[in-house]
Design a protein around this ligand. Structure first.
Ligand code: MG
Length: 343
């Protein structure tokens, strides 16, 4: 197999703000894995908080000698080799994992969701994210989104969280989930907030406290009338066991966990512990989002809207129709390239 890769800057349609930062573009690296004339596409997206950069991803990918593998079906050997090249580097590893799954699907002429035994008609609705913005902008975004999406994810973690929810509720009564992105630091206030949010039609709260405050999250979970999900507190499969009894569910993302292979393991581990699952994404193109969407029939919640935020998406893949993730029958991760990427 031959691996090639190049950086690709994703331009955002709107400035995106959460409790810890704000941005207009985001770096990515696009990957291709070729074998016997077939090309698998992959992608690394690097959110700030995971510490990967274009340089670190390119450096990792330069070290991966994929030419030693002549049979792409040997996924266990191939992905174990990639994972053991260096610690961390989860987005870089995910890029290879996604390209490998795309390649295998194309070789077998089968969509990845079928490789995993999943029924595409069971793909869930996806939430659409409302970032932190001024009340006017929030109102406008909610107006635009609430026709198309049947569940909205509202970013909180500010000192005016109630006003944000109130301004959303002035526009729509659509179900909400909220993501505090570690922004709550007072347990009693967090408990009050969860009770109030339930009254406001919120279905779950994601990552209320700092990622290592597991004792506080467990106490909040006991007192909260709505489920508590971990996002920043869980990265890979090995993190799940310590969250048993701490949260009700986990948000799994390909870029955090090294790709589809590990995400699938995580879905099954979480289920075995009685946890709910959510599939999320970073700001990434239809390549990585469509890869995650292939696994979506297996999860309780999907938050796969990263590609909708991008002005220069080079791929066509999964679509959201009537708020629901809609998978096509194309082989692999189900994407076609719609424009040549500039390096
Ligand atoms: Mg989150």
């Amino acid at each position: 197999m031959k691996l090639t890769f190049s950086p690709y800057t994703l331009e955002l349609k709107h400035t995106f703000t959460i409790s810890t930062y704000s941005r207009d573009s985001t770096p990515g690296v696009q990957v291709r894995l070729r074998h016997e004339g077939i090309t698998g596409y992959g992608e690394a997206a690097m959110p700030q908080y995971l510490g990967e950069t274009v340089e670190s991803v390119m450096s990792f990918l330069s070290k991966a000698d994929m030419s030693q593998f002549n049979d792409p079906m040997m996924t266990e050997d191939i992905l174990s080799y990639v994972d053991h090249l260096a610690p961390g580097n989860c987005a870089a590893k995910a890029a290879i994992d996604i390209a490998l799954h795309d390649l295998i699907g194309k070789m077998m002429d089968i969509p990845c969701h079928r490789l995993f035994g999943l029924d595409k008609s069971k793909a869930p609705e996806t939430s659409y994210t409302i970032g932190i913005a001024s009340p006017q902008e929030t109102t406008q975004k909610v107006k635009e989104a609430s026709d198309k999406y049947h569940i909205l994810k509202v970013k909180l973690g500010t000192d005016h969280d109630r006003q944000i929810i109130e301004s959303v509720r002035r526009e729509t009564d659509t179900p909400l989930i909220v993501d505090a992105n570690q922004g709550w630091n007072d347990l009693d206030k967090a408990i009050d907030m969860c009770h109030w949010l339930k009254e406001m039609g919120v279905r779950l709260v994601e990552q209320p406290m700092k990622r290592d405050k597991l004792d506080q999250m467990a106490r909040l979970r006991e007192a909260s009338p709505i489920p508590i999900f971990a996002d920043e507190s869980v990265q890979r499969a090995s993190d799940i066991w310590r969250l048993d009894g701490v949260v009700d569910g986990i948000n799994i993302k390909l870029m955090k966990c090294t790709g589809m292979h590990e995400a699938w393991n995580m879905i099954n581990i979480a289920r075995s512990l009685g946890m709910m699952t959510m599939l999320g994404c970073m700001t990434e193109t239809s390549c990585a989002v469509s890869a995650a969407a292939q696994l979506s029939p297996a999860v309780d919640f999907a938050d796969l809207d990263g590609n909708l935020l991008i002005a220069n998406d080079p791929f066509d893949g999964m679509h959201v129709v009537g708020g629901r993730i809609t998978l096509n029958d194309r082989p692999g991760i189900g994407v076609t390239e719609i424009k040549q990427m500039q390096a």
